[in-house]
Design a protein around this ligand. Structure first.
Ligand code: ATP
Ligand code: MG
Length: 425
């Protein structure tokens, strides 16, 4: 087919010291068994960019059953792409057999009418495999036999220029797999690469194809985008290219009528990026709480004009928002439950009676709910006094805290006067 540019060991910066020992073990064992074995994908790209790879992907001409035979600690996964996972404690090395290009249906391949690849398990050689990959910088093969890099697509030059370029015709490649648009945004923001014009221009045209993708996959991609450490940039890029609305249509609509809903997501992602930079933990529910807040508030307002009580209106609004959203992005139940709790707490945080305050402070979700309240303040909601009150309360203890709670009974509650209650005896 085509001849690669070969970069000898002296001409590139991928040293074995940067490759995990387990990945080297797998590469060497495949090599000794007479198979071709290459490190490929994100690891080669990241090392060339002077970054630590997140994981190590290997490509080989060994068939899945041959990989299984060679590694007792391996198992096959995936349907769309069948590959082997070789496990070493917590580290998993992904080993994929070279795939061939195929036109239409063949044994092991399946393509939908729209051109989307449903199954892609026709095996081939490296010079076929390369054209199945998404971006040039992801299609570099580090050969364990002589430590050279094989480059069929100009990926090394693109790394040097810091450009993200789709291999082939964007119209075809996005139709085959629309998720490549989301991957483009993730790599561009995380690795500070410039998306090349053709790769970028097609976003507008093919964004709607994301509706064909399984909701579980879109959830995974969403998390990767928002938890990359550059979540804010990724979000802004998704909005700029009109892709966000294909993933979170209700949220996107709420941004149009309420700028604070948008600013809340900005504040949440800025906060998440910051936490990740400090190696602090992040709960995915927090981001989804921010993304869908505006949509929930909008729905709730619709219920409130009827005579439904506030808590019921909230519950109905949340139900509607989730049931529509999970059809597109499958946010797992355990996260939607937490999102509900964070939301539900927002109303409770404005009740500053002793009984409430004590209960809230001791609650598992207090911290998340309080953090969320501060984000709402940051987004421009008129809740600064309430936020400051909770901040100060947590700094006090004993008698000081007691008196603060007692004094608060005269304070306005979310703009409304606090209903006077009978003193507890
Ligand atoms: P990360 O740093 O997130 O692991 P990565 O580039 O290694 O980035 P993976 O999802 O681990 O991404 O995939 C490994 C490689 O497989 C990619 O570099 C790319 O060559 C190929 N690949 C993965 N997903 C696709 C896709 N949707 N279309 C085409 N090629 C893909
Ligand atoms: Mg990878």
């Amino acid at each position: 087919m085509s001849t690669p540019t070969i970069y000898k060991r002296s001409q590139h910066s991928v040293s074995r010291k940067r490759i995990s020992e387990n990945a080297l073990k797998v590469l060497n064992r495949l090599d000794r068994a007479g198979y071709k074995a290459f490190l490929v994908g994100g690891a080669v790209r990241d090392i060339l960019l002077e970054r630590d790879p997140k994981d190590f992907d290997i490509a080989t001409n060994a068939r899945p059953d041959q990989i299984l035979e060679l590694f007792r600690n391996s198992r096959l996964i995936g349907r769309r792409f069948r590959l082997a996972h070789v496990r070493f404690g917590r580290e998993v090395i992904e080993v994929a057999t070279f795939r061939a290009r195929h036109e239409g249906e063949k044994d092991g391949a399946s393509i939908a009418d729209t051109g989307r690849i449903i199954r892609d398990n026709v095996y081939g050689d490296i010079d076929e495999d390369v054209w199945r990959r998404d971006f040039t910088v992801n299609a570099l093969y580090y050969n364990i036999r002589d430590h050279s890099i094989l480059d069929y697509v100009g990926g090394v030059e693109d790394v040097r220029r810091r450009e993200l370029r789709l291999i082939g015709d964007p119209a075809v490649r996005y139709r085959e797999d629309p998720v490549r648009m989301l991957r483009a945004i993730r790599f561009a923001t995380k690795l500070k690469l410039k998306i090349d014009d053709a790769t970028e221009e097609a976003f507008n045209r093919y964004g709607m194809l994301l509706s064909e993708i399984a909701p579980a996959r879109l959830f995974d991609e969403s998390l990767k985008l928002f938890h990359s450490g550059h979540g804010l940039e990724a979000f802004e890029a998704l909005c700029k290219y009109g892709l966000f609305g294909h993933l979170y249509p209700l949220a996107d609509q709420s941004f149009g009528s309420d700028r604070r809903a948008y600013k809340l997501v900005v504040a949440a992602l800025r906060n998440t990026d910051h936490r990740l930079k400090q190696s602090q933990s992040v709960n995915p529910a927090f981001i989804f709480a921010a993304i869908l807040w505006g949509a929930m508030v909008k729905r709730r307002a619709r219920f409130l004009v009827t005579e439904i009580p506030e808590s019921e209106a909230f519950r109905l609004a949340a139900d509607e928002v989730f049931s529509e959203q999970i059809k597109i992005v499958a946010i797992p139940r355990r996260f939607t439950t937490t999102v509900r709790e964070i939301w539900h707490f927002q109303a409770r945080l404005s009740k500053r009676t002793r009984k409430h305050v004590e209960k809230l402070l001791g609650h598992l979700r207090f911290r998340a709910a309080y953090d969320f309240l501060l984000l709402r303040v940051e987004a421009g909601e008129p809740l600064k006094e309430l936020g400051d009150w909770w901040t100060k309360l947590q700094e006090l203890d004993g008698v000081d805290r007691e008196s603060m709670i007692t004094e608060s009974r005269a304070l306005p509650r979310n703009g409304r006067r606090l209903r006077t209650k009978r003193k507890r005896t």
